[in-house]
Design a protein around this ligand. Structure first.
Ligand SMILES: *Cc1c(COP(=O)(O)O)cnc(C)c1O
Ligand SMILES: [Zn+2]
Length: 445
C-alpha cells in the first residue's frame, strides 16, 4: 500500500483513536465509525492564511478556481498528486419564490419567497445526483490504495455514480443492488459496463453481504471500507451553499436522509468554514426529511430516542430506503443539537411535491426531492421554519431517473391529425374539459 504523508487521517468518532489512512471504516478498539480528521492549521497555511487579509484572500483564491467541487480540494481527503478526471459539482443555488407561494399562503408566502432557496443537485453532475460528489472523492482514494476493482451496495444513485466514475478511471466495478430498483437506475449502471449483481433482498441485506465480500476480496467498496473518505465528498454541498450565499450560512437547511451521512456532512462543512474564518459563525438549524414508509431517523427524532429502531422499508422513495441507517445516530444528534426537526411524507404526498416543484420552479426531481419539498411544506406549516429565515432545500437527484413512479398520473392524449381545424376543435374540447374540472372542484371560472 502506498504511504500517505497526508494532513488528514482516520480517527474514531468515539474513542478518538487514530488509524492513519487505510481502507477501513470501523474502529477495532470500540467498533465505532471512523471519520476523516484534518490538521486545520496546515489547511490554513495551504490556503494562504499568511496574507494581509486572510479571509478575503482565501475567499478570492477559492472563487477564482474552476466552477466545480475540486475548488475545495484542501478540505477533502485527496491523495497526493490526485488529478480529477470528471468535473463534479458547483450545482445551482436558486431562489424558489413560486414554490414558496405554493407551500405557504398570503403574506407569509411573500416573505418566504425572498428567503427560500433550492440547492439543485439534480443537474450539472455526471450521473445527475449528489452521489457523484462522494464517489469522486472515494475513487481518488481507491486508486491511491491500489484497488483495481471498486464496488458498492446501493439504493440506485450510488450505483450509477460508481459505475460512471470507475469507467472514467479505467477501474473495474461490481455493483450490488436490491432487485426491485427503478429500471432507469439499473440501466444507468449497466451502460457504463459495470458488473451489476441484483440481490433478492432489501438494501440492508445487500449492505451486509457487501461487508462480508469486503473481508474476502481486495476490492474498494466506496460505502464500506472507503466509507469515511466517501462521506467527506458530501461536504462540498455545504461549501457550495455558503459560497453561493455570498460566504454566509443560511438559517435552515432541509436535507433528505438515507444512511444519514449527507446531513451530518453539510454540518461538518459549515463548521469547517467557521473554523477557517471564511464565514461568520451563526446557528444553522438542520432539518431531516424521510419517506414515512422508511423513516427510522425521523421516527427517532419525533419520539425523542437517541438511537435508531430499524425498519423494513415500504416506499417508492427507493433512494432513501435504508431501514438501518449507518449514520442514523449522528444524524439524530445533528438535528437535535442544532434545534432542528425531522419530518416524513407519504408516497402520495411526495408525488404531489415532485409535481409542485416541477410546476412552480421548472425543476424535475426524483422521489427523494419530493420527500424534501413535501417535508419542507410541513415544517413551514408547523412554524418550525419561519418565512423570514433563509432556508435551503437540498434537492439531490434528477426526476428522469424515477419516471416510473409518475406512470398513470398523466393521461395519454389521443393523437390528432396535423390540420389546423382539427387542432382548433381539440383546443375547444380541452378548454371545456378544464372548465368542467374547475367547476367540479368548486373554483369560479
Ligand atoms: C443517497 C441519497 C441521499 C441521502 O444520502 P445519505 O448520505 O445516505 O443520507 C439523498 N438523496 C438521494 C437522491 C440519494 O441518492
Ligand atoms: Zn474507537
Amino acid at each position: 500500500m502506498p504511504k500517505h504523508d497526508a494532513y488528514y487521517e482516520l480517527r474514531c468518532r468515539e474513542c478518538g483513536r487514530r488509524w492513519g489512512n487505510q481502507p477501513r471504516s470501523i474502529c477495532e478498539s470500540c467498533f465505532s465509525p471512523l471519520e476523516v480528521a484534518y490538521d486545520y492549521d496546515w489547511i490554513r497555511y495551504l490556503l494562504g492564511q499568511d496574507a494581509m487579509d486572510p479571509r478575503a484572500a482565501i475567499r478570492r483564491r477559492i472563487s477564482e478556481r474552476p466552477a466545480n467541487m475540486w475548488r475545495y480540494a484542501e478540505l477533502l481527503p485527496l491523495p497526493d498528486g490526485f488529478e480529477p478526471r470528471l468535473p463534479v459539482g458547483c450545482t445551482p443555488l436558486l431562489r424558489a419564490p413560486q414554490l414558496a407561494q405554493r407551500l405557504l399562503g398570503g403574506k407569509d408566502a411573500e416573505t418566504a419567497a425572498l428567503n427560500l432557496y433550492i440547492k439543485n443537485d439534480a443537474v450539472c453532475l455526471p450521473t445527475l445526483s449528489f452521489k457523484d460528489r462522494v464517489v469522486a472523492v472515494a475513487l481518488g482514494q481507491a486508486s491511491a490504495f491500489g484497488f483495481d476493482t471498486v464496488a458498492c451496495s446501493s439504493t440506485g444513485n450510488l450505483a450509477n455514480a460508481v459505475a460512471a466514475h470507475a469507467a472514467g478511471l479505467g477501474l473495474k466495478a461490481w455493483i450490488f443492488i436490491p432487485s426491485d430498483l427503478e429500471p432507469a437506475k439499473i440501466l444507468g449502471t449497466q451502460v457504463f459496463g459495470a458488473n451489476v449483481v441484483r440481490i433478492a433482498g432489501s438494501y440492508d441485506q445487500v449492505n451486509r453481504l457487501c461487508s462480508q465480500i469486503a473481508e474476502e476480496r481486495h476490492w474498494g467498496f466506496v460505502n464500506v471500507n472507503l466509507r469515511p473518505y466517501y462521506a467527506e465528498g458530501s461536504k462540498t454541498v455545504g461549501f457550495e451553499i455558503a459560497e453561493q450565499l455570498g460566504w454566509r450560512l443560511p438559517d435552515n437547511v432541509v436535507v433528505p436522509m438515507a444512511g444519514g451521512s449527507l446531513i451530518t456532512k453539510i454540518k461538518k462543512a459549515f463548521d469547517e468554514l467557521i473554523k477557517l474564518g471564511l464565514v461568520e459563525e451563526k446557528p444553522v438549524k438542520f432539518f431531516g426529511a424521510q419517506a414515512t414508509g422508511c423513516s427510522p431517523i425521523s421516527t427517532a427524532v419525533k419520539t425523542g430516542s437517541p438511537e435508531i429502531d430499524p425498519q423494513k422499508p415500504a416506499t417508492i422513495a427507493r433512494s432513501l430506503a435504508i431501514g438501518n441507517p449507518a449514520d442514523g445516530h449522528y444524524a439524530i444528534r445533528t438535528i437535535k443539537n442544532t434545534g432542528g426537526w425531522s419530518e416524513d411524507v407519504s408516497d402520495p404526498e411526495l408525488l404531489d411535491a415532485i409535481r409542485l416543484l416541477a410546476e412552480s420552479e421548472g425543476i424535475f426531481t426524483e422521489t427523494a426531492g419530493g420527500v424534501t419539498v413535501g417535508c419542507a411544506g410541513k415544517l413551514y406549516r408547523q412554524d418550525r421554519i419561519l418565512p423570514e429565515e433563509t432556508t435551503v432545500l437540498s434537492i439531490t437527484g434528477n426526476g428522469l431517473k424515477t419516471t416510473d413512479v409518475l406512470a398513470g398520473v398523466y393521461e395519454a392524449e389521443r393523437p390528432i391529425v396535423p390540420k389546423l381545424a382539427e387542432f382548433e376543435a381539440h383546443l375547444q374540447a380541452r378548454l371545456a374539459r378544464v372548465d368542467a374540472r374547475k367547476e367540479i372542484a368548486g373554483v369560479a371560472v
